[in-house]
Design a protein around this ligand. Structure first.
Ligand SMILES: O=C(O)CCC(=O)C(=O)O
Ligand SMILES: [Mn+2]
Length: 208
């Protein structure tokens, strides 16, 4: 077992699984290109202490009709599923029958200066124990996790590979925060797209 996998197994209150090779090389390149071209990317602003800042990455929210999501301080109605997003959603379901998602948040880190700060995916519309499936394509970036209150627990770092899948579920979001730090001097390919498949409660939920 790799050091990373061992670290994940011992994370108190977290339920996490990392699959480094969920997509093969050919699929990774094709899907990355399709997502870059077909998702509705935009750079949002956020207001902190009354000052407007551009968020350091591009974002795109896609999903079933009605799957509205509030992130970066704004409500977002979804753009429709694209072919590549739908393909990935089916692959997740084939991988594990109980993985049903009605929406997906895309983040595009254009280079090593783009990043995401510490947070949990604990918005009320995701419910108390959200299952989130995160697929990464392109540049390898560190995904950091730290426990919200237990300072005795070491932070965890996973270098998310292109084509990898990370599943976070159970109480993970209640106890742990995560972030993607800046990475200066990142070598090519510098761009990374990450997709987090999510379920907005009360919208087209599965009946089986
Ligand atoms: O880019 C990543 O791997 C993490 C994205 C993330 O945490 C989010 O979209 O909430
Ligand atoms: Mn997150």
């Amino acid at each position: 077992m790799s050091d990373e996998m061992e670290a994940l197994e011992s994370m108190s209150g977290a339920s996490i699984r990392y699959i480094p090779d969920f997509l093969d090389d050919a699929d990774q390149h094709r899907i990355h290109q399709q997502l870059r071209e077909q998702m509705q990317w935009s750079q949002q602003h956020v207001t902190v202490f009354g000052k407007r800042h551009l968020i350091p990455r591009l974002e795109a929210w896609h999903g079933d009709r009605g799957a509205c999501y509030r992130y970066s301080g704004t409500d977002h109605p979804p753009h429709p599923w694209t072919e590549a997003l739908d393909e990935l959603r089916s692959r997740l379901k084939n991988f594990r029958r109980d993985l049903h998602f009605n929406s997906v948040l895309g983040n595009c880190y254009r280079n090593g200066d783009d990043a995401m700060g510490w947070h949990s995916d604990d918005e009320p519309e995701l419910g108390p124990e959200p299952c989130i499936a995160s697929i990464s394509l392109g540049a390898v970036r560190d995904f950091r996790m730290k426990h919200r209150s237990r300072k005795d627990l070491e932070p965890v770092k996973i270098a998310l590979q292109s084509g990898s899948l990370l599943i976070m579920e159970g109480e993970t979001q209640q106890h742990w925060r995560h972030s993607i730090p800046r990475r200066r001097g990142l070598n090519a390919p510098t761009e990374r797209i990450n997709l987090t498949f999510r379920t907005i409660q009360g919208v087209n939920e599965p009946t089986d």
